[in-house]
Design a protein around this ligand. Structure first.
Ligand code: PMT
Length: 401
C-alpha cells in the first residue's frame, strides 16, 4: 500500500519490544508516510530517540516544553495525523489513556487525536490478563480505539503466554487496514486464486503460469474493506493475506468441491483461478519411463475435460449472490469475455488481456476491462494488481448497493 501524503503518528512506550518499532517506522516510511514519533521517558531507556529521529526525519516528541516552547506542538501533530499507532503500549499508558490522564507529551497528544488509533498492548501475561488492564482495554475499545491483540510466546520475563508485541509487518498491515472504507462489512466473499494442478504420474503434472497474485490481491483488499473472505487457492508461493481463511487445493475437482462447499455462505463470488480445462484420463501409479511402452520418441497423453466450476456456480447461485468471473484472453477480448459471461451466467466479467508484458500471469500489474450484464463497461488502465482488486470491488459494491 502506498501512504504518500499520509501523516502517521507513532507512539512508543516503555516496553522491551520498543526495538521492534524501529522496523515499524521503517515500513511506514518505505510506504511513503510522513511519520512523527513520540516517546515516553521510559521508552527512551530501551531505544534512543536519535534512532527514531534519524529514520523518521522528524524531531521526536518527548516533552511538551521542548522545541518551539509554545507548548502546542502536540496539538499541531495530533490535528495533522491521519493515523496513530501506539506500539508497544504498556499497562501504564493504557490505563492513563482509558481514564483521560495527560501527564506527558504522548498522553497529552493522544487526547487531542481525532484520527483512527491502533493500540498494540505488550507486557507480561499476568499484567495483560489483569482485570484492571482488560477493563481499560474495553474502555478504549468502546471509545472507538482499535486494539491489536498481542501474540503468545516466550516473553522477555522468561514466562510464556499472551503479551508479545506482534511482528512489525503485521502491525503495519493492520494499521494500513484502518485507512480503508468498510463498505464490505457484513459480506462474505468467496475468491478462487492460483493455478490447478493435474497429476500425470507421481512426479509430473499439467498446470499453468498463474502465480495467485491477482486473486490474493482481491482477497486481501476485500478483507481490508471489512469482508469475511474465504480464499480457495491452488498451489502458489504466496502467504495468505492477513485475516483471510485459506483453503488449499490442487486439482480442479478439489477446487470444485471447496468452492461449491462454501458457496452457501457467500454473498459475492469472484473466480480468478486459472483452472485447467483438461486432466489426464488416468493418473499413472508409477513414473512413466522414457523407454517403456512409449517408443520412437513419441507418447500420447489422453485427456478428458475438467468440470467447469464457474459454470456450475452460475447455475446454482441464489439470486442475491453476485458472481464475477475472469476471462484470460490473448485476442478478441471483448467477444470472448462477453460470451463467457453469458454461457456461465455471470453478473460481471473481468476481461484480462494476457500474453502482453505487464498484464496477466505472474505480473505485478494487470490490464482489465469490466463488463456487467446490464451493459456497463469499465476500461481500467494498466495498474498494480492491488489497485485492480479495489477497482473490481468498487464496481461490485456499486452493482449490489
Ligand atoms: O495468478 P496471476 O499470476 O496473478 O494471474 C492472474 C490471472 C491471469 C490468472 C487472472 O487475472 C485471470 O485472468 N484468471 C482467469 C484465468 C482463466 O482460467 O481464464 P479462462 O478464460 O480460461 O476461464 C474463464 C473463467 O472460468 C475463469 O473465471 C475461470 O476461473 C473459470 N473456469 C475455467 C475453467 C474451468 N474448468 N472452471 C472454471 O471455473
Amino acid at each position: 500500500m502506498t501512504l504518500n501524503g499520509k501523516h502517521v503518528f507513532l507512539g512508543v512506550t516503555g516496553g522491551i519490544a520498543a526495538y521492534k518499532c524501529v522496523e515499524l517506522l521503517r515500513l511506514f516510511k518505505k510506504a511513503g508516510a510522513d511519520v512523527v514519533v513520540a516517546m515516553t521517558r521510559a521508552a527512551t531507556r530501551f531505544v534512543g530517540p536519535a534512532t527514531f529521529e534519524v529514520l523518521s526525519e522528524n524531531p521526536v516528541l518527548l516533552d511538551l516544553w521542548e522545541g518551539s516552547g509554545s507548548g502546542v506542538a502536540h496539538i499541531e501533530v495530533a490535528s495533522k495525523s491521519d493515523l496513530a499507532v501506539i506500539a508497544p503500549a504498556t499497562a501504564n499508558f493504557i490505563g492513563k489513556l482509558a481514564h483521560g490522564i495527560a501527564d506527558d507529551a504522548l498522553t497529552t497528544t493522544m487526547l487531542a487525536m481525532t484520527c483512527p488509533v491502533l493500540i498494540c498492548p505488550s507486557m507480561n501475561t499476568d499484567m495483560y490478563q489483569n482485570i484492571r488492564v482488560q477493563k481499560n482495554l474495553d474502555l478504549l475499545e468502546e471509545s472507538g480505539i482499535h486494539i491489536l491483540d498481542p501474540d503468545s510466546g516466550v516473553l522477555a520475563c522468561k514466562t510464556a503466554g499472551a503479551g508479545r508485541l506482534p511482528e512489525p509487518w503485521f502491525i503495519f498491515d493492520r494499521a494500513c487496514a484502518l485507512f480503508y472504507k468498510k463498505d464490505l462489512k457484513g459480506k462474505t466473499i468467496l475468491v478462487s486464486a492460483g493455478p490447478t494442478v493435474e497429476a500425470i504420474d507421481p512426479v509430473r503434472f499439467l498446470s499453468n503460469h498463474s502465480s495467485g497474485k491477482m486473486g490474493y490481491a482481491i482477497a486481501g483488499a476485500a478483507e481490508k474493506r471489512g469482508a469475511r473472505v474465504i480464499l480457495v487457492s491452488g498451489p502458489v508461493s504466496l502467504d495468505a493475506p492477513v485475516g483471510v481463511e485459506r483453503v488449499s487445493v490442487e486439482s480442479c475437482d478439489q477446487m470444485y468441491d471447496a468452492m461449491l462447499g462454501s458457496l452457501g455462505q457467500a454473498d459475492i463470488i469472484i473466480k480468478v483461478a486459472a483452472v485447467g480445462d483438461f486432466k489426464p484420463v488416468s493418473v499413472q501409479a508409477h513414473k512413466i519411463k522414457k523407454n517403456g511402452e512409449q517408443d520412437q520418441g513419441h507418447m500420447t497423453l489422453e485427456l478428458t475435460q475438467n468440470k467447469d466450476i464457474l459454470k456450475a456456480i452460475g447455475l446454482k447461485k441464489r439470486t442475491n449472490q453476485y458472481l464475477v468471473g475472469f476471462a484470460a484472453e490473448t485476442r478478441d477480448l471483448e467477444t470472448y469475455a462477453k460470451g463467457k459471461m453469458e454461457k456461465k451466467h455471470l453478473d460481471m466479467i473481468a476481461a484480462n488481456i494476457v500474453g502482453k508484458s505487464g498484464s496477466g500471469f505472474k505480473a505485478d500489474t494487470n490490464k482489465v476491462k469490466l463488463f456487467t450484464r446490464d451493459g456497463l463497461v469499465t476500461d481500467l488502465p494498466l495498474m498494480s494488481k492491488e489497485k485492480v482488486a479495489h477497482a473490481i470491488l468498487d464496481a461490485v459494491v456499486q452493482a449490489i448497493s
